[in-house]
Design a binder for this molecule. Sequence first.
Ligand code: SF4
Ligand code: SF4
Length: 198
Amino acid sequence: MTFGSYIGKIFSVSKSIVIGMTITMKYFVESLLFNKHTVTVQYPREMDAIPERHRGIHYLETEKCIMCWKCSDICPVDCIYIEGVRGADGILENGWRGKKATLSKFNVDYTVCIFCGLCSEPCPSVCIHLGPEFDFHSTDRKLMEKSLLTDAIYTEEDEKFVHWAREENERLKEEKAKAKAAAKAAKAAAKAAEEGKE
Ligand code: SF4
Ligand code: SF4
C-alpha cells in the first residue's frame, strides 16, 4: 500500500463515520426537541393504541350468558371453570343472573390461557369476549385465576360462596322434590277419599 492510498483510506473511513454520526445526531436532536422518530413508549404512563381485534383479557356480558358450557368445552387447554344453576327462575340467591341461568362461578385461569379466542366463537349469546386489557400479571400463580363475574382475581371468599352455592342448590333441589312428592301424595289421598265417598 502506498502512502497516498493509506491516507485516502483514513479519509474515506473518517468521512463514513462523520456521515453516520450526522444522521444519528439529527435523529437524536429531533427526538429530543421535537419528539420525532420516538418508538419507545414510557409504559405504564403511556400506552400504544390497542388494535380493535386485539385478543386480551376476557370480559363477560353476564346478563346474556345461558350457561351452555360451549366456551369451556371448546377451550383447548380447559381453563374456563363455570358453575351455577340453569333455569329461567334461577334457584340460587345472590348469584350472578344470566339470561337462563344463575352463575356462581365463571373463571379463566391465565396461567394456561393461550388467548386463542376460540371460546368466543361458539357462544350462542355472543357474550364472552377477549378485550383490550392485557396487563394482568402476578408472581403468584394462585392470583392468575380471574372471575369474569366480579372482574377481579378469584379469591377465597369467592371459593367459599361457590361451595355454599353448591350445597344450597342441592338443599333447594331436595326441598323442591319433597314438596312435589308431598303435593302428589295429597292429590292421590284426595282422589282416594273422593272415590270412597262414591
Ligand atoms: S382464549 Fe383460548 S385458551 Fe383462553 S380461555 Fe379462550 S379458548 Fe381457552
Ligand atoms: S358459550 Fe356463551 S352463553 Fe355459553 S356458557 Fe360460555 S359465555 Fe355463557
